[in-house]
Design a protein around this ligand. Structure first.
Ligand SMILES: N=C(N)NCCCC[C@H](N)C(=O)O
Ligand SMILES: O=C(O)CCC(=O)C(=O)O
Ligand SMILES: [Fe+2]
Length: 346
């Protein structure tokens, strides 16, 4: 039996997900870019280092973003055909929503999840993992609902019965070694030290280089693997590398404190929607990532959110507890997500 911390997801699966992530990011750039994220793909897919931006500053990480599927997409016709033949029940069981279900607002996020073919089993393992995270998050939200003095089902039905989940599969380059003997495990060190060489090329290759240069300039301002931000939805389950402390959380006195990894356990963040529902009884905590180790760090963050079109406002039970006045205005989750996504990329 796998040893577990009590959340019910096998430790072996937590580890496997991180190992597959490490293998994917170790592939050559040409391979990774095959599943490039773009607006046309509903902001799903691979982002190179520096492509994700937090408060105007590029983050020093690469990632694959996947999310709630509005319809099942077949990227690889041959494989999918086989899949259909021997697993038609899987197809029937899959929740399908047609494009357009969330109107104009939903269009931004519509697209196929782009899964790599290499390493093998990546998609199957991640989908299994994501399903287990969804079930676990639903249970945690029942506990939170009870703790707030509500029924266990406060966050189901029209609120989060059709939870719009997002998963970010993330790789954070380590910093180059001081002694110069070991090769740095990332591209960023290379970009920085070679920017002088790149500069004259500006006049030759124009547009591509402008893109690269602006990235160089902006990332030279940043030592953040992920800048300070809050998560957007209800709850986040972070499955981080066991041996590197990089995630930091800001406490009430405004100090950054580390959230060191506990093997087999998740770090749970509260998101912006739960802050609103709970009228501030739960805060969406500011956090950031700084990878000061020389090792490449991986982390898989699963975001459990409300239904896409849910209008979120403080629950009556929470207003009573906090002295009746509502502290936050109503927000539509999909609008919040889309406004973030549209400013998150170069
Ligand atoms: N779906 C979620 N929560 N993603 C978290 C990413 C946070 C960083 C992003 N650049 C930002 O500035 O929000
Ligand atoms: O990598 C981590 O530990 C946290 C990642 C994170 O905060 C995010 O993706 O929102
Ligand atoms: Fe986060």
């Amino acid at each position: 039996m796998d040893e577990q911390k009590g959340h019910g997801i096998p430790d072996s699966l937590l580890k496997e997900v991180k190992e597959l992530t490490r293998k994917f990011f170790a592939l050559p750039y040409e391979e990774k870019i095959k599943i490039k994220m773009s607006p046309a793909k509903g902001y799903r897919g691979y982002q190179r280092i520096g492509e994700n931006i937090t408060k105007g500053v590029p983050d020093i990480h690469e990632a694959i973003d996947v999310g709630f599927t509005t319809h099942r997409c077949f990227q690889y016709p041959i494989i999918s055909a086989l899949h259909m033949l021997d697993q038609h029940t899987w197809l029937v069981c899959y929740k399908e929503l047609k494009p357009g279900d969330y109107g104009d607002l939903g269009k931004t996020m519509e697209g196929c999840n782009q899964w790599p073919l290499d390493p093998p089993k990546f998609m199957d393992t991640m989908e299994d993992y994501i399903n287990q995270c969804t079930n676990l998050s639903r249970k945690i939200m029942r506990g939170i609902a009870l703790a707030l003095g509500g029924s266990p089902y406060e966050f189901e039905g029209d609120r989060a019965g059709n939870a719009f989940w997002v998963t970010r599969i993330i790789g954070y380059p380590g910093k180059p070694c001081e002694n110069g003997h070991d090769k740095p495990t990332n591209d960023v060190g290379w970009y920085r030290t070679n920017s002088i060489l790149v500069l004259p090329l500006y006049f030759i290759t124009g547009y591509i280089v402008i893109d690269l240069l602006s990235f160089l300039f902006m990332s030279s301002l940043s030592n953040k693997s992920s800048g300070p931000h809050t998560d957007y939805g209800l709850l986040t389950l972070v499955n981080q590398d066991d041996d590197i402390t990089a995630l930091q959380v800001r406490n009430h006195s405004g100090e950054w404190i580390s959230a060191p990894p506990i093997p087999g356990a998740f770090v749970c963040n509260i998101g912006d929607m739960l802050k609103i529902y709970s009228n501030g009884l739960y805060e969406s905590t500011l956090h950031q990532v700084i990878n000061n180790s020389t090792k490449f760090r991986v982390s898989v963050a699963y975001f459990y959110e409300t239904n896409f079109d849910t209008a979120v406002e403080p629950l009556d039970i929470c207003k009573q507890k906090t002295g009746s006045a509502k502290k936050f205005e109503r927000a539509v989750y999909g609008e919040h997500l889309v406004s973030k996504v549209l400013t998150n990329f170069v």
